[in-house]
Design a protein around this ligand. Structure first.
Ligand code: DGT
Ligand code: CA
Ligand code: CA
Ligand code: ZN
Length: 591
C-alpha cells in the first residue's frame, strides 16, 4: 500500500464523515492527513519499518491516524474505512465526484430527496426538484445538469488525441507564462501514448512550487480545483478532464518523470530489478543506501541500473526489462521511417480533398508515395466507386503521376534529378468484405490495383465463428494487400466485433497479408497488444492514416504510436519500404 492509496482512504473517510454530518474537526483531521500524506517526501512504509513511532512525528498525524496507517501497511486495508464503506452507498461517493458538488450538497440531496446515485440526481434535476431546496435555485440546478453531462462523457477514458490536445495546451501555458516552472512536460499513460487516457499527468521542476501551482490553477480551461498543495495539484477542466500537476526539485526531475510516466507495472518491475542490484528507485531518485546516485534525468536512471534507455511506449511490463537486460530491446519504428501512407480517401468517395492536392501535400511533407483507397460500391453512404468510376480515377492518377515525373526530370539541380524518384500515387481501393466473405469488386478490377485494403463495414453482429470465416475467406483473395481496421472497434462508441483474432493473425502471417494499424483517433486498430503477438508470428503491418482530409495526414503519428507500443521495428512495416521494395513485396503474393 503506497502513500497515494493511503491518502485516498483518508480522503474517503473524511468525505463520508462529512456527508454524515460528523464533528467538523474529525472531518478536517482526515482531509488534512490525506493532503499531508499525498505530499510526503518519503514512503510511509519506510518510515513505519524504521520505527512505527515515527509516524506520529508527521504533522497532522496523531496516535489514532498512525495506528490506521500501520493497519493499512500491514493488512492492506483498514477496518474503520471498510465499515464506513459498507454502511455507505457507493453512489453517494460518485455524486461527490461531479463538478461543483461537495459533501454538503450530497447530504442535502440525500436527506431531502433520497438521492443516492448519479441516475437519481439526474432525474431529480431534470424534473426541476432541486431548485427549491435550501441555497439552491434554477441556476444551480441547470449547472448540475451540465456537470452531469461532463461527468457522463468523461466517466469513460478519453481518446489519446483529446488528451494530447489538452496536455499540449497546458504545457505551453506553463512554459510560456510561468518563469518558475522548468521543464514542464506530460507523463502518465499519455507519454506512453496509450490508446486511451484516464487522466492527464503533468510534471515540472521548480524551486518555487507554490508559484507554479498558483499559476497552474489560473489556466483558463480550469473549471474546478479538486486539491491544491505544493507538490501535487489536481484540477478538472471545463471538458471534464482531470489534470494532475506535480512539481519536484530539479535534482529529482528524471526520477519523477520516470515514476509518473509509469506504467505502474513497469515501475514495480524496475524497482524489483534495482533491489536485486543493491539499489532503490523512487520518484526522488536512484539510491545506494542513503546516497542518491541518479535522478536528474531519466536516461541516468536506466544507466546507473546498467540498462539501456527504454522508450515510454514500451513501459508496460511486457518483457521490456528482460529484453533491455539482454540487449534485445527492439529499435522501435519512428515517424520519420515512413515513406508513404497506404490508406487515403479523396473527394471521389467520402474524403474532402482533390487527389492532386492530397498528393502534393504528401510529397511536400517528404513522403515518396501514397495509395489512394476510395471506398467500394457497398458503402453507398460514402459514395463508394463503381468499377467504371475507378477506371476514370486511374486516368486522373496517371496524369498526376506523369506530371510529378516530368517535374522531377526537369528539376534544375542534377542532384535532385539523380537522387530522387518522383512522388507516386498508387492505385488502390478500400474494398468491403461482404457478409459472405466475398469482396465488393470483381477480381479483374482488383487485379489492376496496387493496394487493396479489405475492410468490414457492415453486419457487425455476426457470431464469432461466422465473422472469423467471413474475414478468413476475404484474406485468401490474392489481391488483398492489407486487412483494414481489423477489429472494427470505435473507442467509446462501438465494441470490436466478435472475431477470433488469433486465427486472423495467423492467416495474415501465413498468407502475407499485412495487418493495418489504422491511425484514426477513434480506431487505433489493431491494438498494441495484438500487434506484438502478430509481429512475433511474423505478420507484416501497414501504418495508415485512413485520412479523409489532408490535415488527417497527422493521424500517421497515432499509427506509429500503436506500432511502437506493439514493439514493431521499421522492418515490420510495409510503408517504411522504398517504393520499389514495396512493389516487389506485393508482387510476390500475386504469383
Ligand atoms: P491512466 O491515467 O489511467 O490512463 O493511467 P496512468 O498510467 O497515467 O496512471 P495514473 O494517472 O494513475 O498515474 C500516473 C503514473 O504514476 C503511473 O503510470 C505510474 C505512477 N503511479 C501511480 N500510482 C502508482 C503506484 O501505486 N505505484 C507505482 N509504482 N507507481 C504509481
Ligand atoms: Ca494518468
Ligand atoms: Ca493521475
Ligand atoms: Zn474503413
Amino acid at each position: 500500500m503506497d502513500n497515494q492509496r493511503i491518502a485516498q482512504v483518508f480522503q474517503e473517510i473524511g468525505d463520508i464523515l462529512e456527508i454524515q454530518d460528523a464533528n467538523r474537526f474529525r472531518v478536517l483531521a482526515y482531509h488534512k492527513a490525506a493532503l499531508v500524506i499525498s505530499e510526503l517526501g518519503e514512503d510511509l512504509k519506510d518510515i513505519y519499518t524504521r520505527n512505527p513511532k515515527d509516524l506520529e512525528n508527521i504533522p497532522g498525524i496523531g496516535k489514532d491516524l498512525a495506528a490506521k496507517i500501520a493497519e493499512l501497511i500491514e493488512k492492506g486495508k483498514c477496518k474503520y474505512h471498510e465499515e464506513l464503506m459498507k454502511k455507505f452507498d457507493r453512489g453517494l461517493l460518485d455524486i461527490l465526484r461531479v463538478r461543483g458538488i461537495g459533501p454538503k450538497k450530497v447530504k442535502l440531496f440525500y436527506s431531502e430527496l433520497g438521492i443516492d446515485s448519479i441516475e437519481k440526481l439526474r432525474a431529480a434535476a431534470k424534473k426541476g426538484r432541486l431548485r427549491d431546496l435550501p441555497k439552491m435555485g434554477e441556476k444551480s440546478e441547470s449547472e448540475i445538469l451540465v456537470a452531469l453531462d461532463e461527468f457522463e462523457k468523461h466517466g469513460e477514458r478519453m481518446m489519446l488525441s483529446e488528451a494530447l490536445a489538452h496536455a499540449n495546451e497546458i504545457v505551453d501555458y506553463l512554459r510560456d507564462g510561468c518563469r518558475e516552472a522548468e521543464k514542464a512536460t506530460f507523463a502518465g499513460s499519455l507519454r506512453r501514448m496509450k490508446e486511451t487516457v484516464g487522466d492527464i499527468d503533468i510534471l515540472a521542476a521548480s524551486s518555487k512550487p507554490k508559484k507554479v501551482m498558483d499559476f497552474f490553477v489560473k489556466f483558463p480551461g480550469v473549471a474546478n480545483v479538486i486539491a491544491k498543495g505544493e507538490t501535487k495539484t489536481s484540477v478538472i477542466l471545463d471538458a471534464g478532464v482531470q489534470v494532475d500537476l506535480r512539481v519536484v526539485e530539479a535534482k529529482s526531475f528524471g526520477a519523477a518523470l520516470h515514476y509518473f510516466t509509469g506504467s505502474k507495472e513497469h515501475n514495480v518491475a524496475l524497482r524489483d530489478y534495482a533491489k536485486k542490484h543493491g539499489m532503490k528507485v523512487s520518484e526522488y531518485g536512484v539510491f545506494k543506501g542513503k546516497k542518491q546516485v541518479a535522478g536528474r534525468t531519466e536516461e541516468e536512471v536506466y544507466k546507473v541500473l546498467g540498462l539501456p534507455y527504454i522508450v515510454p511506449e514500451l513501459r508496460e511490463n511486457r518483457g521490456e526489462i528482460e529484453a533491455a537486460r539482454k540487449g534485445k530491446l527492439p529499435k522501435v519504428v519512428e515517424y520519420k521511417d515512413l515513406r508513404g501512407d497506404l490508406h487515403v480517401h479523396s473527394k471521389w468517395s467520402d474524403g474532402s480533398d482533390e487527389i492532386e492536392d492530397i498528393a502534393k501535400a504528401y510529397r511536400d511533407a517528404g513522403f515518396e508515395y501514397m495509395a489512394l483507397t476510395d471506398h467500394s460500391p457497398a458503402v453507398a453512404v460514402a459514395h463508394g466507386l463503381t468499377p467504371d468510376r475507378y477506371k476514370m480515377q486511374w486516368d486522373e492518377i496517371d496524369e498526376i503521376n506523369a506530371d510529378f515525373a516530368a517535374a522531377t526530370a526537369g528539376s534544375s539541380t542534377a542532384a535532385a534529378r539523380k537522387g530522387k524518384a518522383p512522388f507516386t500515387i498508387l492505385k488502390g481501393t478500400e474494398c468491403d468484405i461482404l457478409p459472405d466473405g466475398s469482396l465488393d469488386l470483381p477480381d479483374k478490377v482488383l487485379k489492376k490495383m496496387d493496394i487493396v485494403v479489405a475492410s468490414v463495414h457492415s453486419r457487425f453482429r455476426m457470431s464469432e465463428s461466422e465473422m472469423t470465416a467471413r474475414v478468413l475467406k476475404a484474406l485468401k483473395n490474392p489481391y488483398v494487400t492489407q486487412l483494414g481496421h481489423p477489429s472494427g472497434r470505435l473507442i467509446n462508441q462501438r465494441e470490436p466485433y466478435a472475431i477470433d483474432m488469433g486465427k486472423i493473425i495467423k492467416a495474415c502471417a501465413d498468407l502475407g497479408v499485412a495487418l493495418e494499424i489504422n491511425g484514426q483517433p477513434a480506431r487505433l486498430d489493431l491494438f498494441d497488444y495484438y500487434v506484438k503477438i502478430a509481429a512475433s508470428e511474423g505478420a507484416r503491418f501497414t501504418l495508415d492514416s485512413d485520412g479523409h482530409a489532408i490535415s488527417q495526414m497527422q493521424f500517421l503519428n497515432y499509427a506509429v504510436a500503436v506500432a511502437r507500443r506493439g514493439w514493431l521495428t521499421k522492418a515490420d512495416v510495409l510503408n517504411a519500404m522504398p517504393l520499389l521494395k514495396l512493389k516487389e513485396f506485393l508482387a510476390k503474393r500475386r504469383k
